[in-house]
Design a protein around this ligand. Structure first.
Ligand code: TXA
Ligand code: MG
Length: 325
């Protein structure tokens, strides 16, 4: 059920008291704390099992508040903020004095965004300050896109969860380094590279992308319990059936172009045709295959255009080597 005004008031109180709030955004659910409360920020890292050197995003109510949180706003950053906020864009800028180093993992820069979700915006207005919020999952695992996912991931470690329904975008925000010079994409996400390039009027660099099955480059993140293996689209069915015959419980991400094919596997996700619908469903698909007991997921990369760039980035990282003991 969607959060009521009194739920939002209660959540703001929890933040003021140093607690942790699960909050919906348009991308994924966040685990929020008062950005200026060192003990609350420390609890985020504890609840997620996240190393303290991994910086957090500060969420604010509107672009007008940006100057309160950063040292300076270059012209290009201002342009991007005015154009894309509220929305799935995070700007990395020089850290303002209000932002504790604990929230930035010791960095002199800070990531800031204005989420485009009525419940998140209402909470940010009611609270009044900045809310540091990483995705509300255990470190390294799949990001939550419903309130139920947040509870399943974090249980009692989160004091209060605001339900805002399923997240509309489904993958995290695009992170852009806008500290100076030409902006670069640090993480592809909900605002597409093409949209950024249209607004900026020039090409934007993205992190190095690699082909399928490149070991070592993409430490596992955004990962389900099942091992994820990426293959060429035309090999998805044969690889899945081979692994199933070898005794694996195989989950298949079946490309839309093969929608009518029958596959001998434990579970099949028929991928939607549109890349936006794919992004919306991505984390739920991964969670669903885990729940159905798959130990291996065979998938291929989508065309890396629009939200396809973010989906491919998450799939590569999900397929990355695990830090197992
Ligand atoms: O859509 C999103 O961005 C979601 C929702 C909740 O807003 N949040 C999210 O947070 O994805 P998190 O903590 O899961 O991912 C934040 C990413 C991390 O990869 C972190 O390294 C990067 O942002 N980041 C944060 N501050 C940074 C900084 N100062 N410089 C470079 N990267 C930074
Ligand atoms: Mg995350």
């Amino acid at each position: 059920m969607t959060a009521t005004t009194s739920d939002i008031e209660k959540a703001a109180e929890v933040l003021r008291a140093g607690g942790l709030v699960g909050l919906p955004t348009e991308t994924v659910y966040g685990l929020g704390a008062n950005a200026e409360d060192l003990a609350a920020v420390a609890r985020i890292f504890q609840a997620k099992g996240r190393p303290p050197t991994h910086p957090l995003i500060v969420h604010i109510a509107s672009a007008e508040h940006l100057d309160d949180w950063v040292e300076e706003v270059p012209v290009t950053a201002r342009l991007l903020a005015e154009h894309f906020w509220p929305g799935p864009l995070t700007l990395v800028l020089r850290r303002g004095r209000r932002v504790p180093l604990e929230a930035t993992g010791g960095l002199e820069t800070v990531a800031v965004r204005v989420p485009d979700h009525p419940v998140a915006l209402a909470l940010l207005s009611a609270f009044g300050g900045g809310v540091t919020a990483p995705s509300a999952n255990r470190f390294g695992s799949v990001s939550p896109t419903t309130a139920a996912h947040v509870r399943a991931e974090l249980g009692d470690a989160v004091d209060f969860v605001l339900d805002g329904g399923p997240c509309e975008v489904g993958v995290e925000s695009t992170i852009v380094d806008a500290t100076g010079g030409t902006p670069t994409i640090l993480r592809p996400g909900g605002v597409t590279r093409e949209d950024l390039e249209t607004v900026l009027g020039h090409p934007v660099a993205v992190p190095a992308t690699s082909g399928v099955r490149v070991p070592g480059q993409h430490p596992s993140h955004y990962a389900p319990r099942a091992r994820v293996v990426l293959v060429e689209p035309q090999k998805v069915i044969t690889e899945a059936e081979l692994a199933q015959e070898q005794g694996h419980q195989v989950g298949v991400f079946l490309p839309a172009s093969l929608a009518d094919a029958s596959v001998n596997a434990h579970a099949v996700v028929a991928l939607p045709d549109s890349v936006d619908a794919y992004a919306y469903g991505l984390y739920g698909f991964l969670r669903g295959l885990d729940q159905r007991g798959c130990d291996l997921i065979i998938a291929s990369l989508p065309v890396e255009e629009g939200l396809g760039l973010a989906i491919a980035n998450r799939l590569r990282r999900a397929a990355g080597p695990r830090h197992s003991v």
